[in-house]
Design a protein around this ligand. Structure first.
Ligand SMILES: *[C@@H]1O[C@H](CO)[C@@H](O)[C@H](O)[C@H]1NC(C)=O
Ligand SMILES: *[C@@H]1O[C@H](CO)[C@@H](O)[C@H](O)[C@H]1NC(C)=O
Ligand SMILES: *[C@@H]1O[C@H](CO)[C@@H](O)[C@H](O)[C@H]1NC(C)=O
Ligand SMILES: *[C@@H]1O[C@H](CO)[C@@H](O)[C@H](O)[C@H]1NC(C)=O
Length: 392
């Protein structure tokens, strides 16, 4: 009796495992999401770091952050979901949990997705920027630190070496966006784009070395987003407002020279990614073109429902672009718009949930990936998985 029960269970478990591994891992589909990055991707790590250190909370940790989807602040730098949330929803995985907030509690909860991204973080180590007079007041959790957390925590996310390889190999790894803050912090501190141009090869090198290290650890699918068009950001439109030596793109109102700079970073990143691809034909290494996906919104905001324009923040402290560095969104003197979904920009630096959703669709369900991301995990496979989970 006992043995027939246990053999029943063994059979059941074996069938269950077969179903899981066969259905979820064929055709490039994923059992987990692992991510690195900054405030475009952070789902709560910086908030937890501040809580742990008993630091004065930042404005991101107060309403109206989170108001549209989560109905309370989660540490996400937007009114709702981020691109990574839409990725998780689309491949039927749970929203990706912040590593710092889960550490030491329920590590197995991170098996279906773990996020190491920290808002405010840079690709280069903080010491690089500190040596140039730009200390990071928010976090020192640069990409190297995040990768260290990953390597430290992997053994508690899987059972043994082969299982860990399987875990990493069947994960969708989102590397970024990262690097934007290496430029943002320096620009806000008054550095020139001429100086920033010299950072670009170094920033790209750090991203590429993280990608290579993950490939060594067994990564098979990595998505590496480029930088957004920072010349369209209310922060810089405000910072350089009225300055004579700025050129504006008359089809968008964005600052030409800053968008050029973002494109320069992206071009270099693409060149280096193609070199890694040549050395690792067995790996799907995808460049995600956030820049051009976002440019659609700046060129034709009305077409996407952004009837209040693309350059004015929904939440902020007033001024021509509703951005004032001394009155950030959530400050008692700031105000928030009534319909965030009609704005591209949320708080000056970050985009609204509605804008992130369009970028997600353009990139992960549309044409803005190189090579094509969608051919790796066709929608039909996801349908099949659904069919199985309904029939069992
Ligand atoms: C970052 O590191 C520097 C030097 O170690 C330290 O002075 C600073 O307080 C740290 N910043 C944060 C936000 O932790
Ligand atoms: C934008 O600027 C270019 C060159 O300065 C000019 O040829 C073009 O007509 C302008 N377009 C609009 C819509 O003003
Ligand atoms: C931006 O890049 C274009 C094309 O590379 C170039 O023609 C233009 O002069 C650049 N503009 C600025 C302001 O850097
Ligand atoms: C920002 O707000 C401060 C305080 O109200 C004000 O003095 C300053 O002129 C504002 N700056 C901009 C760019 O609107």
């Amino acid at each position: 009796m006992a043995s027939s029960i246990s053999s029943y269970f063994i059979t059941f478990i074996t069938i269950f495992q077969l179903l899981c591994t066969c259905t979820l891992s064929t055709n490039g589909c994923y059992t987990s999401i692992i991510s690195f990055g900054d405030s475009l991707t952070d789902t709560g790590n910086l908030k937890q770091l501040f809580d742990d250190a008993n630091e004065q909370p930042l404005h991101f940790f107060y309403p109206p952050y989170g108001q549209t989807f989560f109905h309370s602040p989660t540490g996400r730098c937007s009114n709702g979901r981020l691109i990574i949330d839409f990725i998780a929803e689309s491949i039927r995985l749970p929203l990706v949990r912040p590593f710092v907030g889960t550490k030491g509690r329920n590590m197995m909860a991170l098996r279906q997705g773990v996020n190491y991204a920290v808002a405010g973080s840079t690709a280069l180590d903080s010491s690089f920027h500190e040596a140039r007079g730009v200390p990071n007041s928010m976090t020192n959790s640069s990409l190297g630190v995040q990768l260290g957390w990953f390597k430290q925590s992997v053994p508690s996310l899987c059972a043994n070496v082969p299982d860990c390889k399987h875990f990493i190999g069947h994960s969708l790894i989102l590397m970024g966006e990262i690097g934007g803050n290496d430029y943002n912090h320096a620009l806000v501190a008054g550095k020139s784009t001429d100086e920033l141009v010299t950072y670009v090869p170094l920033v790209v090198e750090v991203i590429i070395s993280a990608v290579s290290e993950l490939i060594e650890l067994g990564a098979k699918t990595l998505v590496v987003p480029g930088n957004l068009p920072i010349g369209c950001s209310p922060v810089y439109l405000t910072l350089y407002y009225g300055s004579d030596n700025m050129e504006y793109d008359n089809s968008t109102g964005c600052i030409t020279q800053l968008n050029n700079f973002s494109e320069y970073h992206n071009e270099l990143l693409k060149i280096e990614l193609s070199k890694v691809r040549e050395n690792h034909p067995e790996v799907d290494l995808i460049y995600a073109d956030y820049y051009n996906a976002a440019m659609q919104l700046f060129r034709s905001p009305n077409e996407y429902g952004f009837i209040n324009g693309a350059l004015k923040a929904c939440c902020g402290g007033g001024g021509p672009f509703n951005y004032n560095t001394s009155i950030p969104c959530a400050h008692s003197s700031s105000s928030v718009c009534v319909q965030p979904d009609t704005y591209v920009n949320w708080d000056g630096f970050h985009l609204t949930e509605a804008a992130y959703k369009v970028i997600f669709q353009s990139v992960f369900q549309g044409p803005y990936t190189i090579p094509d991301f969608n051919s790796l995990c066709p929608a039909s496979v996801i349908q099949e998985i659904d069919g199985i989970s309904i029939s069992t």
